[in-house]
Design a protein around this ligand. Sequence first.
Ligand code: ASP
Length: 345
Amino acid sequence: MGINRRHFINLTSLSVAGFSIKGFANNAKPNKTNKPIVISTWDAGLNANKGAWAVLSTGGAALDAVEKGVMVTEDEKNCCVGLGANPDRDGFVTLDASIMDHEFNCGSVGFLERIKHPISVARKVMEKTPHVMLVGEGAQQFALSQGFTLESGELSDDAKKEYLNWLKKSTYKPIINIERKQSTTQLDAKFQAPTKLSNGEWNHDTIGMVALDAHGNLSGSCTTSGAGFKLRGRLGDSPIIGAGLYVDNEVGAVVATGQGEDVIRVAGASAVVEQMRQGKSPQEACKFVVERIRRIKKEKANDIQVCFIALNKNGEHGSYALHKGFNYAVHSNDGASLVEAPFIY
Ligand code: ASP
């Protein structure tokens, strides 16, 4: 499933600063499996991939790599992911995460508070319980029972600043419930994630990672603070297996970032995997599902960002975004690179 010359030229013509064709050049070898390899969303993925590569390059399992990899980002202070991230409308950081291995084992947590590594809690859910998903207080209790520490719950400096700013701009007065309800009706565009910044970039609160190890096994992970200033209790796509993340070891692995509600609507990651199963390349499969979302959203597609990254069984990778500005990081034996994703708008 290599790429033909015309396709290759199309990809190179998408070239912008930071774009590397290393990964695609590799895809041009149709019968050779490019492994091990890890890819992850946004430029924060460059660092995260290093954590994953330490596992993959020494013959480690993709499952360990995708956990270790995104832990790097969860650890970063004042970062978009983990406890340093933006809070919900009431000022609390609530985290979602999911993980899936090559044998359809999966685990996730949602609405988890004051725990540093939600991805590792998700893995414990997968390995130590008969369940797939734990949320809220129960997820926190479970984390504590597994030896995780309860953190302070203080906002990071960046998040504090952003939250105070947001409170100023919004009419939201976090005093009594009725006001909370009133402000809900004005919510609309405000809590969409990622939102477009004045400099044209997209803010984002998620890292998703998929990897193929030297043994030929795929795994994936996703961890997020969700949409900034979301309604309390809101879950996005990231902890939902099949929406934010999906892995089928016979076909490929996919992770999503962007407006979670619209990824859930089309069972996004699973839909991309199914397109690869039918013979599409990772990029074609991502594009197919992004276009479906555009059709569903009609003119509202202007206001949201949705992006997928995909890795198939041969180690070929691809991506597609609704809007310009999404990139993803690749790390393989060819080195590290940041790839600008193709897009509709
Ligand atoms: N998909 C995430 C969510 O909706 C947000 C993001 O990717 O930035 O929770």
